[in-house]
Structure formats: C-alpha cells, structure tokens
Write a protein that binds this ligand. Structure first.
Ligand SMILES: Cc1cc2nc3c(=O)[nH]c(=O)nc-3n(C[C@H](O)[C@H](O)[C@H](O)COP(=O)(O)OP(=O)(O)OC[C@H]3O[C@@H](n4cnc5c(N)ncnc54)[C@H](O)[C@@H]3O)c2cc1C
Length: 225
C-alpha cells in the first residue's frame, strides 16, 4: 500500500495488533508546504539571465536568511521572507503550455497543517530576484498546507515527505521492524515515503517494498521436487 500510517490506521487499524497500531499512532509528521501553480504570459524576467538555464531555482538570499526561514517554520511560525523553491518547466519543455506561454510553480515550507495564504510573501520573494514577475501572471492556483492533504492524502498536514525525516524516523519509519516495509499482517506491505529512505521521487521505497514482498512469496513457495 502506498499510504502513510494515518491512512493505514483508517483502512486496517482494527485488524492490526495493538503494539504496531500504537507505533503507527506515535508516528510524527513534519512541516507542510504552501504551493502556487502559475500560468504565465512570458518567461520569468530574472535579473540574472543565467537563472533561465535552471529548471529548479532555490530563492533564499543568504545562507542566514534561508536558515532563519526554515527555523521559523519548525518553531510554528510563518517566515515573512520564505525560502522558496521554484520550477520553470516550459523553458525546457514548451509542450507544457500553449505556444508562447509558460507555466511555473513555487512552494515554501510552513508549519504543519497551516491554513495561512503565503501568496504575497512568496511573490515578494520572486519579485526580489525577478522584478516585473507579477505582470507575467495570467492565473494562479494556490494550496495551503491543509489543502495539500485534501489534494493527496499522503501529504498529511501538507508534509510532502510522508513524515519527519530525523534520525529517529530515518531507518525505522514507520515503525522499528527488521523489514520496515512489512506489517504484522501477512501479505500487507508498505511502499510509501513513510518507509526508508523517506520522501522523494527516487522510487526506492517501492523498490525495497517489492523486494520484501518477493522474499515473502518465495519463503512460502514449496520447492519443486
Ligand atoms: C510540489 C512538490 C514538489 C516536490 N519536489 C520534489 C523534488 O524536487 N524532489 C523529490 O525527490 N521529491 C519532491 N517532492 C516529494 C515527493 O513527490 C514525495 O515525497 C513522494 O511523491 C511521496 O511518495 P509517496 O509514494 O509517499 O506518495 P505519492 O507519490 O503521493 O503516492 C501516493 C498515492 O496514493 C494515493 N492515496 C493515498 N492515500 C489514499 C487513500 N486512502 N485512498 C486512495 N488513494 C490514496 C494518493 O492520492 C497518491 O496518488 C515534491 C512534492 C511536492 C508536492
């Protein structure tokens, strides 16, 4: 199952042994993201033209500024100058927008399950490095951290990594088991970002979950005589 502990408890909670259920209930989720999708009339007018050659742009200013922004979010605050990740795909794949038009999306980290609209501060941050950006915006769609979970139930509270990735939850996510992809239920395996090695588009959670399931199947197979 490609779900986090929250959904697994909802779907199969009654059938799980109480110890494992308690472990899933203790699982910690992290901060969320506030995301904006843009339709643009033109490429983003970066002050530094070299940025047009980057698909993903990290807008943070100085290291101190980025650290301050990320610290604020962990302390339950919303940074007025959020460290912003921005992607501008149509510079490299024009087929993603009508001819001559562009798309982009941007997000910043916010406290877990936040309902705060970060549009203004994110756009101030983009304008800082690309004056005139707002004039290029044809349309925008926003998702608060809370809304991210409505969009995809794996983004609990807007956490796109399937749970906090600190030392305590790195190898033992979602619970301390020799094979964390297995569950106490026979033939039920987890492959979401709530298993090692955690969030990201690397595909390794699914790969290792499939290996674990294969080992399980082979264990039960009666060898040919
Ligand atoms: C805007 C954004 C940018 C990102 N950028 C990057 C990046 O640059 N690099 C990177 O490595 N990672 C990035 N990530 C993170 C990465 O996409 C996620 O960590 C990863 O996709 C999570 O994998 P998953 O298998 O847990 O969930 P998903 O890939 O989201 O798959 C889970 C699927 O199961 C469905 N589902 C869940 N619960 C239920 C249910 N109860 N019933 C039915 N269906 C259900 C969901 O709708 C979804 O389709 C980004 C994420 C976002 C949102």
């Amino acid at each position: 199952m490609d779900v986090t502990p929250r959904q697994l408890l909802r779907i199969a909670g009654d059938t799980l042994p109480s110890r494992y259920r308690h472990q899933l209930e203790s699982y910690r989720y992290g901060p969320g993201v506030f995301k904006i999708d843009y339709a643009l009339s033109a490429p983003i007018p970066w002050r530094n033209p070299a940025i047009q050659r980057a698909a993903t742009v990290h807008l943070g200013g100085t290291l101190e500024e980025i650290a301050r922004s990320e610290r604020a979010m962990w302390q339950g605050e919303h940074s007025p100058h959020p460290y912003t990740l921005l992607v501008q795909p149509t510079l490299f794949d024009p087929s993603r927008a009508p001819a001559g038009k562009h798309i982009a999306w941007a997000y910043c980290h916010v406290p877990h399950d936040s309902t705060v609209d970060m549009t203004t501060v994110i756009e101030q941050q983009i304008e800082r490095f690309a004056p005139g950006f707002r004039e290029c915006v044809l349309a925008r769609r926003t998702h608060t951290a809370h809304a991210m979970e409505q969009y995809n139930p794996n983004y609990v509270g807007g956490d796109i990594n399937g749970g906090v990735q600190d030392l305590a939850q790195l190898f033992t996510r979602p619970a301390p088991r020799i094979i964390p992809y297995s569950t106490p239920l026979d033939n039920l395996f987890l492959c979401s970002s709530s298993t090692p090695p955690g969030g990201g588009v690397h595909g390794m959670c699914g790969y290792y979950a499939a290996l674990a399931a294969q080992v399980h199947v082979n264990r039960d197979r009666v060898p040919d005589s």
